[in-house]
Write a protein that binds this ligand. Structure first.
Ligand SMILES: Cc1cc2nc3c(=O)[nH]c(=O)nc-3n(C[C@H](O)[C@H](O)[C@H](O)COP(=O)(O)O)c2cc1C
Length: 214
């Protein structure tokens, strides 16, 4: 039984209008360390990123992808912050996300101001695709970006942006093998600002009437 089905009410804030793929998404910290992601499944998840929209169809993203047990996964683990090293290595796949941050040396590849935005959309698509396949994702910024760029020989006009841990949520008591602070953090209630805090009409700071209209 997943924590989303445990009757704890943690889901209450997420209205039923959300597609189950989004309602059941959460940034999982506890992964099944025995789950292996097949090459076909991994390709499917990356296809979702591939088909994300981008400014002028520039597709300014890149992904350095490792599966648990391979050198890329180990290289990403080495660059993680101490806190992220506590939980992320159990994920079936670790991914570093990149966006093109400048023109290349020969100015042959155009550069878009929206590159990081486009990368974010690609990661969102990848996340939803993973959920549709029974997997969960936790993104992370806590890693040594310079070290990661050096390890994976990322060209200067690309920026190492975030990390993505991808795997099957642990359901067999895996959390008990993790440090107490991870267990506590993994159980924190999820919360969000109300719509009125960030949906404006007429002018910035003015809550939209349709938020309260019946
Ligand atoms: C850009 C970005 C960086 C993040 N960095 C970390 C991180 O370094 N470590 C971590 O445990 N979680 C990290 N997170 C996960 C967030 O804490 C999580 O998405 C947020 O608490 C909301 O939880 P939810 O995704 O389950 O709704 C990051 C998320 C994003 C999008």
């Amino acid at each position: 039984m997943s924590r989303r089905d445990d009757g704890s009410g943690r889901d209450d804030a997420q209205p039923g209008i959300l597609t189950p793929l989004l309602r059941q998404r959460e940034s999982v910290m506890v992964y099944d360390p025995t789950h292996e992601l097949s090459a076909a499944a991994l390709r499917g998840i990356l296809e979702a990123a591939r088909w994300a929209p981008s400014a002028g169809n520039s597709q300014p993203w890149g992904f350095i992808v490792g599966r648990r047990g391979d050198a890329t996964h180990a290289g990403i683990v080495d660059a993680l912050s101490t806190a992220n090293q506590a939980w992320a290595p159990a994920a079936s796949a670790l991914v570093l996300t990149l966006h093109q941050a400048a023109l290349d040396e020969d100015h042959e590849v155009s550069y878009s101001d929206y590159a990081m935005f486009d990368l974010g959309q690609a990661v969102a698509h990848l996340t939803v695709q993973a959920r549709s396949m029974g997997l969960q994702v936790r993104q992370f910024g806590g890693f040594d970006h310079a070290r990661a760029a050096a390890t994976f020989r990322v060209p200067a006009h690309w920026s190492v942006t975030t990390g993505v841990a991808l795997g099957l949520p642990g359901t067999r008591g895996e959390e008990w093998t993790l440090p107490g602070w991870v267990q506590a953090r993994a159980r924190l209630p999820r919360s969000r600002l109300p719509l009125a805090a960030f949906v404006h009409s007429d002018e910035f700071g003015h809550a939209a009437g349709f938020l309260t209209d019946p």
